[in-house]
Design a protein around this ligand. Structure first.
Ligand SMILES: [Cu+2]
Length: 537
């Protein structure tokens, strides 16, 4: 039981008395705080091997853990279960009139990830009778809160901690350097496989002045460096970057961008060779950028760069266009397919031969609203269709391919900035939640090596303050093999990992006492008329 201190106990005793009649009327139970035990003999909870289960012991191989629902009061027994990816939790109703509903245990709201009796209409409170059995197999690592939809307010809550099997956890890296030491926003983030380093490209500082040089993070030394190479111009806010190869050399290609002071966008493309530390402008612009559009989602397939959607700042609308860039000879082609919905700031990645998206901002009359839209685009067939909606609307962060699943790291901001990790499994066409990070943020520099690390640096926090902090999701043992087949990884470390993550270190927020209100876009008087206030990209 989580209600341990005296004040809360007194409050809840009072609440139970006050609400007792109401609860009885709704649930049909005789007493709200002491369910009728005569209706069901106490369950003896055992695991699949017949061993008693007392605290939800994590399993070394894929297995099932039992939880009693409503036995010995308005509780789940055990209320905390620690398992590994691929394990199943089996809830058995010891008394009737309860539910198992995933979602926040404080606000008692359903999040639709799972619910009794059959994982449908989770926001509708459906209870089951004594003896009912509900099972759910957890295919993603993370911490999953759930509650009884009738008795959540009485503390009838539980949590399932699912380990990836590889002891992954969030940690804090060094803060951004130099001009970004007080925070930086509107980055393009890129991991560069050839040297194993991570780059924060473009973006701007707390005073809405665009950065002039790339920032390089060395994971080995946990250190940031400002590079010598300088950008060809100042229109580097909101640039989108990805790695492609030209004539045997890998480059970071950065597409488009904007500048606050001049309130302009560009379609200019430049490429950065991090090894030689040289930046070169690429001859062919991305056409929509020159027509005031910021690039939407960026990803690479078969050494071609794709831009999905975008934000037409001048006209205050989203784009539904899909563009393809070939490095040599450098050039852009607009594809025939269009997005089912025009969107900007779309989390996008490539998994196998398909491009997946989750979220993106609807832009109507200059007003941005995060959406649940999710698509799969086949760049070879040039065809696009919808996939399962991303559960929590979000936008304004890169989509990452981690272990062949789409990871959407926080993002949002229109209206809610997030620290949750939403994960799409293309095999099952389902979404789940990963382990959240600490500082909610959007438009950080974000990327992954695909197997062991995810980096988030800078970005805007929920109060629109620029962050300087770096958060790193690190898996010493890659969990990538865990999803297709259960791994023999000992899960003894799993418990500690989950706990440590939840209580993760709070990164110091940059002190921005005397700085002006951070501007997200065109903040100086707009030179061009537009019907609604500018959305400040
Ligand atoms: Cu209940």
């Amino acid at each position: 039981m989580k209600k341990s201190n005296a004040a809360r106990l007194i409050f809840w005793v009072a609440a139970i008395f006050a609400l007792g009649i109401l609860v009885r009327a709704e649930s049909g139970e005789k007493r709200a705080n002491a369910p009728n035990r005569k209706s069901a003999p106490p369950l003896r909870i055992v695991d699949q091997s017949g061993r008693p289960v007392v605290s939800g012991v994590p399993s070394a191989t894929s297995t099932t853990v039992d939880v009693a629902v409503g036995q010995d009061g308005l509780v789940f027994v055990p209320d905390t279960v620690n398992i590994s990816v691929g394990d199943t939790v089996r809830w058995t109703w010891a008394t009737g009139g309860h539910s198992v509903t995933s979602g926040d245990s404080t606000s008692c709201t359903a999040d639709g990830q799972f619910c009794s009796p059959n994982n449908t209409n989770c926001s509708t409170c459906t209870t089951s009778a004594v003896g009912f059995v509900y099972e759910f197999t957890f295919t993603q690592a993370g911490s999953f809160s759930y509650h009884c939809c009738v008795h959540c307010a009485f503390g009838m809550t539980g949590v399932v901690n699912v380990s990836a099997g590889g002891s992954c956890s969030w940690g804090t890296g060094a803060d951004l350097p130099g001009a970004a030491a007080a925070g930086g926003i509107r980055f393009g983030g890129v991991f560069f496989p050839a040297n194993g380093k991570f780059y924060a490209m473009g973006g701007r500082d707390v005073n809405n002045v665009e950065f002039t040089n790339p920032f390089e993070y060395d994971p080995v030394g946990n250190s940031w460096t400002t590079k010598a190479a300088s950008y060809p111009d100042s229109l580097v806010s909101n640039t989108e970057c990805a790695v492609a190869n030209d004539s045997g050399t890998d480059y970071i290609y950065c597409v488009g961008g904007s500048q606050v002071s001049t309130q302009t966008e560009t379609g200019r493309v430049f490429r950065y060779d991090p090894v030689a530390d040289v930046i070169t402008t690429v001859a062919t612009d991305w056409p929509p950028g020159d027509a005031s559009t910021l690039p939407g989602g960026i990803t690479v397939f078969n050494n071609k760069i794709y831009i999905l959607g975008g934000y037409d700042v001048l006209n205050g609308i989203g784009s539904d266009q899909i563009w393809e860039f070939t490095p040599n000879p450098a050039g852009w082609v607009q594809k025939s397919a269009v997005l089912p919905f025009p969107l900007g700031y779309i989390p996008t990645t490539t998994i196998g031969s398909l491009i997946y998206t989750g979220g993106g901002a609807d832009i109507t009359g200059g007003v941005l609203t995060d959406t649940n839209h999710a698509f799969v685009y086949d760049p070879v067939a040039d065809s696009i269709s919808t996939i399962a909606d991303i559960p929590t609307p979000t936008s304004d962060v890169r989509g990452l391919n981690f272990c062949n699943q789409l990871y959407v790291m926080g993002g949002g901001g229109f209206p809610t900035t997030l620290n949750i990790v939403q994960i799409y499994d293309p095999v099952s066409n389902t979404w789940s939640k990963g382990t959240p990070f600490v500082n909610a943020r959007r438009n950080p520099a974000a990327d992954t090596d695909g197997t062991n690390n995810i980096w988030l640096a800078g970005g805007l926090d929920p109060n629109l303050l620029p962050l300087a902090s770096t958060e790193i999701f690190n898996c010493p043992v890659s969990p990538c093999a865990a999803s297709p087949t259960p791994t023999p990884t000992p899960s003894a470390t799993a418990t500690a990992t989950a706990t440590a993550t939840v209580t993760g270190t709070v990164t110091p927020t940059p002190t921005v006492t005397a700085t002006p209100t951070p501007c997200e876009g065109r903040c100086t008087p707009t030179p061009r008329p537009r019907p609604t206030p500018p959305p400040r990209p």
